[in-house]
Design a protein around this ligand. Structure first.
Ligand SMILES: *Cc1c(COP(=O)(O)O)cnc(C)c1O
Length: 562
């Protein structure tokens, strides 16, 4: 912080005071302004020139630099040097998620104003756990919860007038991410199903064992298609349900929850004398791997018939509701008891923002917590019903973004993604070396490399041959994805899908998520060209003899993330 003799930095009160209240010295200010100017007023250029430009360095080599766990007692660097390090040394090795060639994940380019808004939110540093540290911001957040609730549930004017600023009503809550939003929804569903009655004070207070005893149960389960997000397993682990009791259900040929199987499973679980309770059924509105949407209308019907909580996981697909052209895909979502939506996905916010909405404004009462010094009963304190304690006012960012973009602006982005995915699928189908594995519903598609002679062979192969061929194709697609990623120009992700009647170890597919408005069909064509080139250069001898094992060297495994 401060320079004492011999150029040594020390932490003292003069230096601290400067950090908290006094302006920067001219020298460090001008250096800071140089970088901030680039970030705030030329984000796109800044990212393409500073971030992810030196992919060559291997993770193993880099990790060598991060092996010292000692925090120095005296200051190590001045602010300007730390900032220079971040921009000149760290950023080049980070991932340029904003590149239009980076189409593998749900993290992409954001409008530059998101960074401006984030800066202001950081500067104001409101804590929305309670009114005393947020005041007007809590009121604004409640209004935004109403706005998005209205978008999703389309309730009446009277409904929103009654609940918008009502301290006793909770239409939803902001939380850090989709995982916590799903956990919140299932927390509420669990407490609703195992509610207080008689001397039993409810599962939240008396615990799972007492709840099972009261309700004559030996297990609780949650039903979701096998494409359910892994956050649901975390939720049931945390909630004492046990994550093996998230029951993965089959999907139909379009990757939608298979309703016949669902009905059959419910019947089995509810057979006379059964001690199993179904806490919730989840409809996915935009599956993470395939973008597919479950039949929400029918799932709702089934939930009503059996009095089961209906949770819609729209972490990805929720914002589709803003598109006049495609909102019909979400039909039925308005009947859900709870809905998860992520702000950092298709609301294009910076990391992170999750939200969960509830149809019934009183349903969150079962997760109410008070403390003597904050969150007193009857106050608007948003922390009363929330897993989080202290929390950033990300609602300020989303509220402002909605003003800047309008639902129409967001709709343009949604429509672009879906239509680009359709064109990409067409291009893939036209190329003899590729197989489209899942048709796009939203803006996610999966496909795999599969040369024509192999496609031909698969048509007539018996199951043993199929197994062998698919095993090899999996290896090829895995290596193809890694090679392309390591080359550093383009990035698609990779996952394994379990298709009916197919290879039971699953089919390795290349997955692309088309959300960046700068991504064009020409770029997608380049990406496919590059994949064909990698095949030609590195693996084209793989099928010279189908029975020959291991045509590729084995790469260390790595996993896909959201
Ligand atoms: C991304 C995603 C989640 C989890 O969201 P995070 O914000 O990564 O925690 C949950 N469900 C679905 C369908 C998702 O796509």
């Amino acid at each position: 912080m401060d320079i004492k003799k011999k150029g040594e930095l020390v932490a003292d009160w003069d230096a601290l005071k400067r950090i908290f209240v006094k302006p920067e010295s001219e020298a460090s200010k001008s250096a800071l302004v140089k970088y901030m100017n680039k970030i705030l007023f030329g984000l796109n250029d800044f990212l393409s020139t500073h971030v992810g430009v030196t992919e060559k360095a291997s993770l193993k080599d880099m990790s060598g630099r991060f092996r010292n766990s000692i925090i120095r007692r005296t200051p190590e660097k001045k602010l300007i040097d730390v900032i220079t390090d971040l921009i000149e040394d760290i950023a080049p090795h980070a991932v340029n998620v904003a590149s239009p060639y980076f189409i593998g994940h749900m993290t992409s380019a954001i409008p530059f104003f998101m960074v401006h808004l984030k800066t202001i939110v950081a500067a104001l540093n409101q804590n929305v756990v309670k009114l005393e540290t947020s005041k007007i911001v809590s009121l604004l957040e409640k209004r935004l919860l109403s706005k998005i609730h209205r978008l999703l549930f389309e309730n009446t004017d009277e409904f929103y007038t009654e609940h918008i600023q009502n301290p006793h009503s909770t239409l939803g809550c902001f939380i850090e991410d989709g995982t916590l939003a799903n956990i919140t929804a299932l927390w509420v569903a669990r407490n609703r199903a195992l509610a207080p009655r008689g001397n039993f004070q409810g599962v939240e207070k008396d615990g799972i064992a007492a709840a099972h005893k009261e309700y004559g149960l030996d297990r609780c389960v949650i039903l979701v298609s096998r494409l359910g997000h892994f956050s649901l397993r975390k939720a049931s682990g945390l909630l004492g349900i046990g994550n093996k009791n998230i029951i993965p259900m089959d999907v139909d040929s379009e990757n939608r929850l298979d309703l016949k199987k669902l009905k059959q499973t419910i019947k089995e679980l509810n057979r006379p004398g059964s001690k199993t309770k179904i806490l919730a059924i989840i409809g996915i509105a935009g599956a993470t791997e395939t973008g597919s949407i479950d039949p929400l209308v029918e799932i709702n019907k089934i939930c009503r018939e059996h009095k089961i909580h209906f949770h819609a996981d729209a972490a990805w697909g929720g914002p589709t509701i803003m598109s006049e052209k495609y909102r019909h895909l979400l039909k039925g979502i308005e009947s859900a008891d709870s809905i998860t939506v992520d702000g950092h996905k298709q609301f294009y916010m910076s990391m992170t923002c999750g939200m969960v909405y509830f149809k019934d404004p009183t349903i969150m009462d079962s997760v109410t917590y008070h403390a003597k010094y904050v969150n007193r009963p009857g106050s608007v304190d948003l922390g009363i019903k929330s897993i989080s304690g202290s929390r950033e006012a990300t609602s300020l960012i989303l509220d402002s973004a909605l003003k800047i973009m309008g639902t129409q602006g967001y709709a343009l982005l949604i429509d672009h993604g879906i239509e680009l995915a359709t064109m990409f699928a067409k291009e893939i189908k036209q190329r003899e070396n590729f197989q489209l594995v899942t048709r796009p519903v939203l803006n996610i598609i999966t496909y795999r490399f599969c040369p024509p002679q192999v496609q031909q062979k698969l048509l007539t192969a018996d199951s043993a041959e199929k197994k062998q061929i698919n095993g090899k194709l999996n290896e090829i697609n895995r290596n193809l994805q890694i090679s392309q990623r390591e080359a550093g120009k383009s990035f698609v992700s990779r996952t394994t899908l379990f298709m009916e009647n197919d290879y039971n170890k699953g089919i390795v597919v290349l997955r692309s998520v088309l959300m960046n408005p700068m991504t064009t069909l020409d770029i997608l064509i380049e990406i496919l060209d590059e994949q064909e080139q990698i095949w030609k250069n590195e693996m084209s001898n793989c099928f010279s003899d189908i029975s020959k094992k291991g045509c590729l060297y084995h790469r260390p495994s790595d996993q896909m993330h959201g």
